[in-house]
Write a protein that binds this ligand. Structure first.
Ligand SMILES: Nc1nc2c(ncn2[C@@H]2O[C@H](COP(=O)(O)OP(=O)(O)O)[C@@H](O)[C@H]2O)c(=O)[nH]1
Ligand SMILES: [Mg+2]
Length: 220
């Protein structure tokens, strides 16, 4: 649920990166953090174990454009993939305005991606959220690996709804398509917000699109 603060004239949207453990969720946020200048983003707060696996979640605020006199902010989160942190996962997912599902392209991990996608659906259902109203983009990460499964194979497993999701083939470690993916989900989130507002409150901002500076690809 977008947070609109009329006092500070800010709108904050929550974008959650989900997906199987070690698929590259934290790497996405680290790259965005490294590429944006400090004025545009807050600290990347990671609660991780010594072995560098996200225990609870990562969080980073990103300030985007001014739209209709309002500052648009995106709070980026990752959820822990490990099964035993399901309660945390559900909590982080609550109130999400948009999702990025990060799949690991490694051929031997396809079943794990599928299980993670199923678990995401269960969590959304338990949160009384449906993907019909929640923008989602798919990210096929680690495309650099020689053992990466063909895109068609990943599509077959993960992208067969009536209206397929937008897909980004990424190499998060090198930042390839990381911003393109973030921009796409941000745009979907803004469009959804705009549609919800349509005919509504005239004092609320009317977003038309956004870009994140430092992007390798931007949306007009
Ligand atoms: N080869 C390759 N490795 C990646 C890529 N993105 C992330 N990784 C590696 O995958 C591992 C897990 O990444 P991490 O972001 O911690 O995964 P998370 O558990 O989903 O947050 C790390 O060793 C990353 O360096 C990529 O595009 N290609
Ligand atoms: Mg992580």
């Amino acid at each position: 649920m977008a947070l609109v603060n009329h006092q500070t004239r800010e709108v904050t949207f929550k974008i959650v990166y989900a997906g199987t453990p070690m698929s590259g969720k934290t790497t996405n946020l680290s790259y965005v953090h490294a590429r944006l200048d400090a004025a545009q983003r807050g600290d990347l707060v990671s609660v991780a174990t010594a072995s560098d696996r996200t225990l609870y979640f990562d969080f980073m605020p990103v300030t985007s454009s001014q739209i209709g006199g309002y500052t648009t902010k995106f709070a980026l989160y990752t959820v822990p993939g490990q099964v035993h942190y399901n309660a945390t996962r559900q909590l982080v997912l609550r109130g999400a305005d948009g999702l990025v599902f990060v799949a690991d392209s490694t051929a031997s991990r396809l079943e794990e991606n599928l299980e993670s996608a199923r678990s995401l659906m269960r969590n959304l259902t338990e949160n009384s959220t449906s993907l019909q109203h929640l923008p989602l983009v798919l990210q096929y990460n680690k495309r650099d690996l020689p053992e990466a499964a063909p895109r068609a194979h990943l599509d077959f497993l993960l992208n067969r709804p009536e209206k397929p999701f937008q897909v980004f083939e990424t190499i998060a470690e090198r930042g390839v398509n990381v911003f393109a993916c973030l921009n796409a989900v941000s745009q979907l989130v803004l469009r959804q917000f705009h549609e919800t507002l349509a005919g509504g409150n005239p004092t609320s901002p009317a977003p038309s699109g956004t870009t994140h500076a430092g992007a390798t690809a931007t949306i007009a």
